[in-house]
Design a protein around this ligand. Structure first.
Ligand SMILES: [Zn+2]
Length: 250
């Protein structure tokens, strides 16, 4: 009997000690899983345009309805023959994700992105404001790269010019344009481009470098590059002209 009692005692001790191990292990497992799930959700939020919000919590002081200006800035032309000075810097606002835009296009852009979302088009900002300095740096990086490949300085500079815009000639310095697309994992880029093409003018934006206009704009077709022209967007969209052509006529 005594021996049997000992056995029972032993086994209940064993059970107790197993419990002692199992409960913390179970808790640790739950914690790990909830941590992982949270991390997953955060990752999804940071990358998935379905969840990511460029505008949430961003305060913009510029209100178009309250501002009386001549709207000439809406037609600001920047290209190879119309460069911006190195001092041109708009009043910038930083969006969630870090991209910057001219504060004057904050609300129209926000509205466009929100309406796209309502139509299951999850837009991404790939590039917005680019400073004069950044443009200079890009050029220098290309030149350095060619020199490191064995080219002399002059040839490297010439070669870089074939691929990179001279500082001041990128429309991105205006802060009025953006490279917009959709992330391929969640959406088809073409759907986003189609939606933007047919709807962006309602929010003041136009496709800046259309097909068959590269001889005039000096830039190849870019289905992702949209430029804010505000009150002129309807006119320009309906005319089928690119900005250079439109400015020439008007
Ligand atoms: Zn662009």
């Amino acid at each position: 009997m005594k021996q049997q009692n000992k056995k029972i005692q032993k086994s209940s001790k064993k059970k107790k000690s197993t419990k002692k191990i199992l409960i913390p292990a179970f808790l640790a497992l739950i914690l790990t899983f909830s941590g992982l799930a949270l991390k997953c959700f955060n990752d999804m939020n940071s990358k998935n345009p379905k969840y990511f919000n460029y505008f949430k919590g961003v305060e913009c002081g510029y209100n178009q309805a309250e501002t009386q200006d001549d709207k000439q800035w809406e037609l600001l032309l920047v290209n190879k023959s119309h460069p911006l000075s190195k001092d041109y810097k708009p009043n910038l606002i930083t969006l969630n994700g870090g991209e910057q835009i001219d504060e004057r296009i904050f609300y129209p852009l926000k509205e466009m992105f929100e309406d796209a979302k309502k139509n299951q088009i999850y837009l991404c900002i790939n590039s917005a404001y680019r400073s004069f300095k950044q443009q200079q740096q890009t050029m220098q990086d290309y030149i350095d790269d060619y020199i490191s490949q064995g080219m002399d300085k002059q040839s490297a500079e010439q070669k870089a010019l074939e691929y990179v815009a001279v500082a001041g000639t990128s429309e991105h310095q205006t802060g009025l344009c953006l490279d917009i697309s959709a992330d391929g994992d969640w959406d088809i880029k073409q759907q986003a481009y189609d939606w933007l093409y047919s709807n962006s003018y309602k929010y003041g934006f136009i496709l800046r470098y259309p097909q068959n206009k590269s001889a005039i704009t000096g830039i190849e077709y870019e289905p992702w590059h949209y430029r804010y022209v505000g009150s002129y967007s309807n006119d320009i969209f309906e005319s089928g002209l690119c900005l250079e052509e439109y400015l020439k006529i008007n």
